[in-house]
Design a protein around this ligand. Structure first.
Ligand code: NAD
Ligand code: UDP
Ligand code: UDP
Length: 338
């Protein structure tokens, strides 16, 4: 039987959980595609802190060097400018595959989800690395089941304006399971629900970043549609903890990773007003096509199998993001901090 680099390190990973904190284990070599982005850069911080060696692969489509600059000079950190749509040759133990244009404004233009995922699975197969896909709650489409369980197959328009993203991620999940079954690649699938926090792209059009930036700039908060549609907002540190538990654990998934606290967009606007500026006005705009009416994760599976649940609620997490946005918008401090 062949020994993969990953298997070589498995004992180290598993004993890590049992040895007292402070004792050293052998660091893993880990690729994070999209590691210069919002979620990726927070994940990189945790992996570096844990003692692993991290290679970030990013084409800076929406990511920024500032998000990872504080690791420059660390011999355990490497940054490669590369588009995952092109093949990539590396030797690592784990691949966290996050590269993806993740916002409606950006994702229409890019075959990253399909071709990029195929390449990273090809890489994982060749070197025997464990592969984690960051999928999305968008695979549930405009859900007819509420809250959404992992067993729900979704309600997705295959030819709509959002299809490149949600169908792209559905295809990415399919490819991931095919490589798992057909080529015995060790895979993990996370379905991430709306996540916010420091280092979020300022102008990528997502609702939390829009509202926070608007309130800080004394502009009206733009509520699309009637504002009664719901989302569940997860703070980024909770997500990163979930992704790492999923990668280290023995379950393939898919796992919903999200905060079950559900808010209408008008309720979110209210929390932003309370946090930043009670005088902030609300301005209604037409909604986008195929906008899901509601979304809330059922996280029973992640609780039971990963021992994970979110710890930071919206009222606690939002202020942490606001101070980062304030610094970046008004430029009184360096970028990329937490
Ligand atoms: P982000 O835009 O901040 O990060 C994505 C990163 O991928 C960026 O650094 C970007 O430059 C990079 N990238 C894009 N295309 C690439 C390519 N072809 N080659 C190399 N790098 C490329 O977004 P994020 O919020 O950090 O999202 C990370 C992952 O989590 C994505 O896969 C996204 O689909 C998933 N996700 C995020 C959320 C959320 O609410 N943030 C929700 C569901 C799923
Ligand atoms: N691939 C890659 N790095 C590797 C191995 C493969 O980028 O180390 C890419 C490869 O270029 C191909 C994709 O991954 O486009 C799928 O590879 P696989 O070997 O599974 O498929 P095949 O090349 O046999 O069609
Ligand atoms: N939205 C809004 N105002 C904005 C941006 C978005 O009311 O300035 C709404 C959008 O119509 C959707 C919800 O907020 O109903 C979440 O949108 P986002 O793009 O953040 O995430 P997703 O649709 O992917 O869940």
């Amino acid at each position: 039987s062949k020994t993969t680099p990953y298997q070589h390190h498995t004992a180290a990973v598993h004993s890590f959980g049992k040895v007292p904190l402070g004792l050293k284990r052998k660091g893993l070599r880990i690729v994070v595609t999209g590691g210069a982005g919002f979620v990726g850069s927070h994940l990189v911080d945790r992996l570096i802190e844990r003692g692993d060696s991290v290679i970030v692969v990013d084409n800076f489509f929406t990511g920024r060097k500032e998000n990872v600059m504080h690791h420059f000079g660390n011999p355990r950190f490497e940054l490669i400018r590369h588009d995952v749509v092109e093949p990539l040759l590396l030797e690592v133990d784990q691949i966290y595959h996050l590269a993806c244009p993740a916002s409606p404004v950006h994702y229409k233009f890019n075959p990253t989800n399909v071709v990029g995922t195929l390449n990273m699975l090809g890489l994982a197969k060749r070197i025997g690395a464990r592969f984690l896909l960051t999928s999305t709650s968008e695979v549930y489409g405009d859900p007819l089941q509420h809250p959404q369980k992992e067993t729900y197959w979704g309600n997705v328009n295959p030819i709509g304006v959002r299809s490149c993203y949600d169908e792209g991620k559905r295809t990415a999940e399919t490819l991931t399971m095919d490589y798992h079954r057909g080529a015995e690649v060790e895979v993990r699938i996370a379905r991430i629900f709306n996540t916010y926090g420091p280092r979020m792209c300022l102008d990528d059009g997502r609702v939390v970043s829009n509202f926070v930036a608007q309130a800080l700039r004394k502009e009206p908060l733009t509520v699309y549609g009637d504002g009664k549609q719901t989302r569940s907002f997860q703070y980024v540190s909770d997500l990163v903890e979930g992704l790492m538990r999923l990668m280290e654990g023995e379950h393939v998934g898919p796992f919903n990773l999200g905060n079950p606290g559900e808010f209408t967009m008008l309720e979110l606007a209210k929390v932003v007003q309370e946090t930043i500026d009670p005088e902030a006005k609300i301005e209604y705009r037409p909604n986008t096509e195929d906008d899901p009416h509601k979304r809330k994760p059922d996280i029973t599976k992640a609780k039971e199998q990963l021992g994970w649940e979110p710890k930071v609620d919206l009222h606690t997490g939002l202020p942490l993001m606001v101070s980062d946005f304030r610094q970046r918008i008004f430029g009184d401090h360096k970028e990329g901090g937490t």
